[in-house]
Design a protein. Structure first.
Ligand code: GLU
Length: 479
């Protein structure tokens, strides 16, 4: 059996972490099995439809490197891939069900249905529409919803993640297949499409598990083979037992991208949110994920979303790219993340800054907050200097004289490179008998006025002799 999986998002304008994870597993499975991944846009809910949302989905997948074999943009033998353009196909399947007596046009107005629901609520019995099935049903025509005629019975099935499942007849109902606007419901459309497109593994959020018996009934009524069902665990909010939602601070995937999270890190993090290969490994390339992935190791309980972990992983990836692919490869990813003042500096200088700071970044946008003093004079903040935990024990005149001694020593340096600077700093330490924390904090703050910086000799090397000395002079004078 050739593996065919699908990612079937609804274009509602916001792609969160959970949506994307539902794309990653089908992608990994398809690639591992040398099968196919189909992208299908489930846009039959015209009320929730948002313009531009499809492009957002495509951009997000492309950014993550999750290419699809059939679908929008690339086309394919099962076109069209927008459900809104497949109405005729659904209507054809609907007619088959009408002919076999398994679907009926439902003339009941919504108020009437509401009334039935209320009655059941009052009597505290479950509301099942099949108990109110209309006696006379008109011929099906536009403007009238089409319902499935359920045949209540127990079901048993195997979910590849949740295990063996069984339900009683009480969960089967006359679900709507085609709405009165002529568009199919999700419940009906996905059954038809998965069959038409030859999907072998239906991988989707576990929220669809409770509707599965109705889907099984539809496969039977339409005489369609059951695909393998793979329910993906919920992604839980950082606290409590709720599903992750917008309110928990989970940003959309593109927001993370705009904050300077790398696609490698996002893919790595999300793939491991609810799946592991049983080893201690945490950092995976896409190819490693394709190789290691297995449905059996998808966990069946909720996976907790942890942004700190994502950012940690991003830091690991930033380092990995620098160390393995080179400074320039990482530099190429930094466009748009530098402070505005960096625009006046050339690539070579920014590359040097990146090379000494990359291992402290969590996201690329940290460049904006952490490198300002490389591109503009820092604002002198004497309080910050005087209140520093290592410097507050020293008097102002002591600080001034320490700065002056340092200026003298550094001015005399002929070679301004990291090694010569380190040697000079070491000599200064023994000549002044100060502790490294004292002397180095003083110089570091005086040249950067930043809460932290890369190693002092590297920072001074990149800033250059003139700027370093002029900043030290200014601060000595200010004290
Ligand atoms: N359109 C559905 C959603 O976005 C897809 C569920 C499925 O994958 O079948 O939730």
């Amino acid at each position: 059996m050739d593996v065919v999986t699908r990612f079937a998002p609804s274009p509602t304008g916001y792609i969160h972490i959970g949506n994307v994870r539902s794309a990653i597993y089908p992608y990994l499975l398809a690639r591992q099995a040398h099968g196919k991944l189909i992208l299908r846009i489930e846009d039959t809910d015209r009320v929730r439809y948002v313009d531009g949302a499809t492009e957002l989905i495509e951009d997000t997948l492309e950014w993550l490197g999750l290419n699809w074999d059939e679908g929008p943009v690339v086309g394919g033998p099962n076109a069209p891939y927008f459900q809104s353009e497949r109405k005729e196909i659904y209507h054809e399947y609907a007619r088959r069900l009408i002919e076999s007596g398994r679907a009926y046009a439902d003339p009941a107005p919504p108020e009437q249905i509401e009334q039935y629901r209320k009655e059941c609520n009052e009597k505290k019995i479950p509301f099942l529409y099949r108990n109110f099935r209309p006696k006379d049903t008109p011929e099906w025509q536009p403007g009238i919803p089409l319902r499935f005629k359920a045949e209540p019975k127990p079901y048993q099935w195997h979910d590849e993640v949740m295990g063996d499942m069984s339900t009683g007849p009480e969960v089967l109902d006359d679900i709507i297949l085609i709405k009165k606007d002529g568009y199919p419901t999700y419940n009906f459309a996905h059954i038809v499409d998965d069959a038409e497109m030859g999907i072998t593994h239906v991988m989707r959020g576990v929220e669809y598990l409770s509707s599965t018996p109705n889907y099984l009934a539809l496969y039977e009524a339409l005489n369609l083979p059951r695909p393998k069902l793979v329910s993906l665990p919920h992604i839980l909010a950082p606290q409590g037992n709720k599903k992750l939602g917008k309110r928990d601070g989970a940003k959309s995937v593109t927001e993370y991208r705009d904050d300077g999270v790398l696609p490698e890190a996002m893919l790595n993090y999300l793939a491991c949110l609810g799946w592991n290969d049983g080893t201690e490994q945490e950092i995976y390339t896409k190819d490693e994920l394709i190789e290691a992935f297995s449905i059996e190791r998808i966990q069946n309980s909720g996976a907790r979303y942890d942004e700190t972990k994502l950012l940690w992983m991003n830091g690991q990836w930033l380092r990995r790219i620098f160390d393995e692919q080179g400074a320039e490869a990482l530099y190429a990813r930094t466009q748009g993340f530098w402070p505005e003042t960096a625009a006046n500096y050339d690539d070579a200088y920014k590359l040097k800054v990146l090379s000494i700071i990359y291992d402290r970044l969590k996201t690329l946008s940290d460049l904006r907050s952490m490198t300002g003093y490389f591109f503009a004079e820092p604002t002198i903040d004497l309080e910050m200097l005087l209140q520093n935990k290592f410097l507050k024990k020293l008097s102002e005149s002591e600080l001034e004289s320490l700065l002056k001694t340092s200026i003298q020593k550094l001015s005399a340096l002929e070679k301004w490179d990291a090694d010569s600077l380190q040697a000079a700093l070491n000599e200064l330490l023994s000549e002044t008998s100060k502790k490294p924390a004292e002397l180095f904090s003083l110089i570091r703050i005086a040249i950067s006025f930043a809460p932290f910086s890369p190693a002092l000799n590297l920072t001074m090397e990149v800033l250059g002799k003139d700027i370093t000395l002029s900043r030290l002079n200014t601060v000595a004078a200010a004290i």
